[in-house]
Design a protein around this ligand. Structure first.
Ligand SMILES: [Zn+2]
Length: 186
């Protein structure tokens, strides 16, 4: 706002300077052109030229003042513009990175869901339903590995008798953790 006001003041001053200069040029052309010979008229024209010269100098001084006031504002504007461009570039790079990540994630997801579907195809339907129910109930993991007598899901140690029973169970028997209910993978 302040900058626009100063800029329009500057162009107003420039117009006034131009008008005064062309008036002065017109007077001088007539004075030295030889058509005006009356001394009183020549004197009046000479006075006006002198007045115009003072006026032009005054206007030019005011224009310099306005330009000096404009300088820091223009510098500020330039800095802000550079910052805006830099931010826009950073935002563009981030959007590109996000798009790349999204593409890579959805590719991964497609591969994994294909693998999962393939693996689930081998699992008996009843067990799969049970697994899905457990998964929903237990925060995303319906099955856990049995690691050294402990459940990999709830991390509690199973009683040694239970571990013994599991070891003796048939390979395709479904074993669950007594504590959390997850299907235990041996
Ligand atoms: Zn458990």
């Amino acid at each position: 706002m302040q900058r626009d006001e100063l800029a329009s003041r500057q162009s107003g001053l420039e117009q006034q300077i131009e008008a005064s200069k062309s008036r002065r040029a017109e007077l001088e052309r007539r004075m030295y052109g030889g058509q005006v010979t009356a001394p009183r008229e020549l004197q009046a024209m000479d006075d006006e030229v002198k007045h115009l010269m003072r006026h032009i100098a005054e206007l030019e001084d005011r224009e310099i003042e306005v330009m000096e006031a404009l300088e820091p504002l223009d510098a500020e504007l330039e800095t802000a513009e550079r910052e805006r461009v830099a931010l826009e570039e950073a935002a563009m790079r981030l959007r590109e990175a996000i798009a790349l990540s999204e593409a890579s994630l959805s590719a991964d997801l497609a591969v994994q869901s294909e693998e999962r579907d393939g693996a689930a195809g081998d699992v008996p339907r009843e067990l799969l339903v049970r697994y899905e129910q457990l998964r929903k109930k237990l925060g995303g993991t319906g099955a856990a590995r049995l690691i050294g007598g402990s459940c990999g899901g709830c991390h509690l140690a199973l009683p040694s008798m239970e571990v013994d029973r599991i070891r003796k169970a048939l390979p395709d028997a479904v074993i669950t953790c007594d504590q959390c209910g997850r299907i235990l993978v041996r």
